[in-house]
Design a protein around this ligand. Structure first.
Ligand code: SAM
Length: 237
């Protein structure tokens, strides 16, 4: 049984935080936004974000925070490669309540140990797409996929215009990573038209042979076959 912990209002929607056996769940207007019971794909999203950049000082942008599994996985993986202090990680989270709850209820231990290169900012992820930025990796996990939006304003992120903006603010060998609950061939078509080389990894859901979460990797430069094999990625197009 989930226990209700806190409520908040954000842009006309009601957010509720619940806890059960140390795990958390966030609902928006009664709909589940994120549940801590199963987070293999969010973890894998973070691992790929930390493993893909070649730079010794990678700059990674993450939108949004949610329950922070992707952030935790990025930091853990960076620590095995370089050290999180060598990287810059910016997390853009639109909801102030989600950011507050992360520090007070969800993962205060992680917040207390963040290095100075890790910033959690209340903002829309698109606000960080300035042309002067050259992100090594942009991670998008703000919706259930390019067609299942948590807010109508997010549609632009997956449009030809949004993809072109991401292209412009990525480093030459940068990557845009996208979490989605469903494969979307039209989105892949737009990503290819924008110039990206697209690979993907499917992460099966437990006890479901018919359903998987998907991480799309949109790369400005085509990944080598060895890189794909090592990272467990296959070509989408
Ligand atoms: C599904 S959760 C992210 C899950 C996260 N990967 C994890 O490991 O828990 C989506 C988050 O994105 C936030 N969000 C939605 N649209 C956003 C946007 N345009 N910019 C920044 N954050 C956004 C939501 O408030 C929510 O906290």
């Amino acid at each position: 049984m989930w226990t209700h912990i806190a409520s908040a209002w954000s842009e006309g929607s009601q957010l509720d935080l619940y806890e059960r056996n140390g795990l958390h769940m966030i609902r928006v207007d009664g709909w589940e936004l994120m549940n801590g019971e199963y987070h293999a794909s969010e973890d894998q999203l973070g691992r790929l974000a930390a493993l893909l950049p070649n730079s010794p000082h990678p700059e990674i942008l993450v939108g949004g925070l949610g329950l922070g599994y992707t952030l935790a996985s990025i930091l853990e993986t960076l620590n095995t490669r370089i050290h999180q202090t060598q990287a810059w990680v910016t997390v853009a989270e639109r909801s102030g309540a989600v950011l507050r709850w992360f520090g007070t209820h969800i993962n205060p231990r992680l917040v207390a140990t963040l290095s100075s290169g890790v910033r959690l900012i209340e903002s829309d992820v698109a606000d960080h797409f300035g042309e002067d930025r050259r992100w090594d990796v942009i991670v998008l996990d703000v919706d259930n996929g390019p067609r299942a939006l948590s807010a109508p304003g997010n549609a632009v992120l997956y449009s030809a215009r949004g993809l072109a903006r991401c292209w412009d603010c990525l480093a030459t060998s940068g990557h845009l990573l996208l979490w989605t609950g469903f494969e979307d061939r039209e989105f892949i078509g737009r990503a290819c038209a924008a110039g990206f080389s697209v690979t993907l990894q499917s992460i099966p859901l437990p006890n479901r042979t018919d359903q998987a979460h998907v991480v799309y990797v949109l790369s400005r430069e085509r990944l080598s076959r060895d890189d794909c094999d090592q990272l467990g990625l296959c070509r989408a197009a």
